[in-house]
Design a protein around this ligand. Structure first.
Ligand code: ADP
Ligand code: MG
Length: 704
């Protein structure tokens, strides 16, 4: 089947060149296999027909089906803004159907006076039910259709696909793809394995996932397809791991030398927490083992990961190696550089910085020092992975807040060495070990599960704009008590111009409401010149400013312990993990800290859940889980943004953790008998692994 499924999707009846292009551009579907692996993320019961009066506002994110007669049609707007409406009613009430595109076609197919089955997403305007771009079919025609189980899949889609193909059009090409492919589907996993795990055949699974014959069959189909994905990923990861562990080419850091000892005995500004000590020990064990370390360090925001990074870099330097630390933003890199330079001042250690905006002198200093070996620790942004940066003897790499990096960027760093450096990847997004492996590949995991002493939990509140006066009063109190405040605005690429205007307006009004000389307000965002950004951060750090108005550039890592209030504007537009990161900017000193989430009155159900979750818990682990659940499957952008190294279409590592565990066991067992998957019965597994070998490209230990 592999060969057949690799044919272009354009050969599926009803697709052709133009639609094939569209499918590729919008959904990344190139081959027939891609199309059949484009699974529904939800199913609706097409036998359920609502009365118009039954549909209410709480159903806004679901799809409903009504049976109603068209009573009239109308047009509004002109040119590109044109809109076509059909008015429909049943015995219980009336509704408006609207189209903003494809009007020519739809106006021809809607007949006044006839009765249709209408299917779409409800919304309400002035209490009246509206359905935009619904799918419709004449009642007599719909009823004559053979209803299998009544369940119909809802596919991940985009606006363009929706307006060009429609739900039904998409469904039709899936059906055509199935018809031409059915006979070519061969089993991907050996019968013995299938029997052992009680899995449905691949052919039956593909059929039922698209055309469920019953709820039970659908469930089995989903299990089977999820298992295939997890198994492919696990086969790929386990192979990487075996590879890494058979090479035994890790640098050795046997010595705890002067730098580490001097720092530990004389410089350490506080006692390490038990968790910090334990992680440093784990790193030490790895770096004397002879294997290359590939370790993920998870620790909630504020748990003190930077100190672990610094002390482990000192170990590397003590053993004659260079170390580097890569941060996701300029601000963060500069902050690390400042902190580490300060903490190691006067020691026999040279620390340099390199970022995209390093000026000539700074750049030269860094590049020459790194090439000659004089610089021991290099801190920077992804400028560190430019080709020009040649290390004399790189032995250790720390990647801070790794979820912010594109996966490709991460992978480039160690192609710089013949022998791979040890890698420590730090993140504040806590995820279970097996999940981490699925997301990021072959990694060991350390956890800092303890905050430095004396921290009080941050109090989080959700306010709407009507509470702004109250909020301003609260900020004045905090500032009078000597505290500092962040006010953060979202910045979403697509609407950048508008977002900057929001920030600009917000800044102006804050400056007005918090006038000088009593209050000092500064601003920091991505469009400012690097030196201006730096200056504004410096002012805030040194308490020359009371309020910092910023975009989410300060989301990660920024450390100003005296700041106790984080105000997040339009908080509904941020994801949970971003909100948690932002909140982590406060609560770093001893004082009681607060996070205020501002939003409009009207919120989608999901946004409301996110904000509620933030108010209820400060536990990053809980939030990460909720985030995965809220985003769920079918969220194409979400998956891309989360930087997943593996392309999972149906399996969800959080929700299907058990299955993931089983696939992992299976992969280990299979590879122990047939490491290269050479056995004929494992041929399908090879294909499966190859499909998920995409993850290899992001492998931390790859040095090819
Ligand atoms: P994160 O894990 O979010 O990167 P940081 O490394 O920025 O956290 O540390 C947060 C704050 O806690 C910093 O101000 C740091 O100096 C302080 N800190 C780190 N470790 C300890 C400790 N063991 N005791 C007290 N304060 C600590
Ligand atoms: Mg940090």
């Amino acid at each position: 089947m592999a060969d057949f499924l690799n044919n272009s999707v354009k050969f599926v009846p009803g697709v052709g060149e133009a639609r094939a292009k569209l499918l590729e551009k919008e959904l990344g579907i190139i081959t027939i296999g891609d199309l059949l692996r484009h699974y529904p993320f939800r199913y609706i019961d097409r036998t359920r027909i609502y009365r118009i009066a039954e549909v209410n506002e709480s159903m806004d994110s679901s799809l409903v089906q009504i049976r109603a007669r068209v009573t009239g049609v109308g047009y509004a707007g002109t040119g590109r803004k044109q809109r076509f409406s059909a008015f429909v009613s049943d015995a219980s009430g009336s509704a408006e159907l609207t189209w903003f595109a494809g009007i020519k076609w739809i106006e021809k197919s809607v007949e006044v006076g006839r009765e249709y089955l209408i299917f779409g997403r409800p919304s309400f305007y002035r209490g009246e039910l509206q359905l935009a771009h619904p799918e419709m079919e004449l009642v007599e025609k719909a009823l004559s259709r053979k209803a299998h189980s009544g369940m119909q899949g809802i596919y991940p889609s985009t606006e363009k696909i929706g307006s060009t193909l429609g739900t039904k059009g998409f469904f039709n090409i899936i059906a055509n793809a199935w018809n031409v492919t059915e006979k070519h589907i061969t089993e991907s996993i050996p019968d013995s394995l299938r029997a052992h795990y009680g899995l449905m055949s691949l052919r039956e699974a593909i059929f039922n996932v698209h055309f469920p014959q019953s709820a039970e069959k659908l469930q089995q189909a989903q299990q089977r397809l999820k298992f295939d994905e997890f198994l492919g990923v696990q086969l790929s990861i386990q192979a990487q791991r075996t590879d890494r562990l058979t090479r035994r080419n890790g640098f050795l850091f046997p010595k705890v030398g002067d730098l580490f000892n001097t720092f530990f005995n004389e410089r350490l500004p506080f006692a390490l927490t038990g968790a910090q000590k334990r992680v440093i020990k784990e790193i030490r064990q790895d770096t004397v083992s002879g294997y290359q370390m590939n370790r993920l360090l998870q620790g909630d925001v504020g748990s003190g990961k930077t100190m672990v990074a610094l002390m482990s870099m000192l170990l590397a330097v003590d053993n004659g190696f260079q170390a580097c630390m890569m941060a996701p933003t300029e601000i963060l890199a500069r902050q690390h550089f400042a902190t580490i330079s300060r903490q190691t001042e006067g020691m026999n250690l040279r620390v340099a910085i390199l970022t995209g905006s390093s000026k000539a002198a700074e750049r030269r200093h860094a590049l020459e020092g790194i090439a000659s070996g004089e610089v021991n620790i290099l801190i920077g942004t992804h400028a560190l992975i430019e080709d020009k940066v040649q290390f004399a003897n790189l032995g250790y790499v720390v990647i801070d807040e790794q979820h912010r990096f594109g996966v490709e960027q991460r992978a480039r760093l160690w192609t710089k060495n013949q022998q791979p450096p040890h890698i420590l990847v730090m993140t504040a997004t806590p995820i279970p070990r097996t999940l981490a492996m699925t997301l990021y590949g072959d990694l060991d995991v350390s956890v800092i599960d303890e905050l430095p002493p004396g921290r009080q939990p941050i109090r989080t509140y959700h306010y709407t704009d009507s509470a702004r006066l109250k909020l301003w009063g609260f900020l004045r109190e905090q500032i009078a008590a000597g505290r500092q405040v962040y006010v953060v605005y979202p910045l979403i690429q697509e609407s950048e111009t508008m977002d900057y205007k929001d920030l600009e307006d917000g800044f102006q009004s804050i400056v007005q409401d918090f006038p000088q000389p009593d209050y000092r307000v500064t601003v920091c965002h991505g469009k400012m010149k690097p030196q201006d950004k730096e200056e504004s951060m410096r002012q805030f750090k040194e308490h020359e400013a009371d309020i910092l108005v910023a975009t989410s550039v300060i989301e990660v890592g920024v450390d100003v312990p005296n700041a106790t209030v984080m105000v997040i504007e339009s908080a509904e537009r941020f994801g949970l993990s971003q909100l948690h990161q932002l909140r982590g900017r406060v609560g770093r000193g001893g004082g009681q800290s607060y996070c205020i989430l501002m939003s409009g009155e009207k919120l989608s159900r999901e946004a409301r859940k996110r904000l509620q979750a933030m108010c209820q818990t400060t536990d990053g682990f809980r939030l990460a889980e909720l985030d995965m659940q809220l985003r769920g499957a079918g969220d194409i952008n979400g998956t891309q943004q989360s930087g997943m190294a593996f392309d999972l279409k149906i399996a969800n590592p959080t929700l299907d953790a058990d299955l993931l565990q089983r696939a992992r066991e299976a992969a280990i067992a299979i590879l122990s008998r047939d490491p290269q998957l050479e056995h004929p019965e494992n041929r399908g597994l090879r294909t499966l692994r190859a499909r998920h070998a995409g993850g290899r490209k992001f492998d931390f230990s790859m040095i090819s």
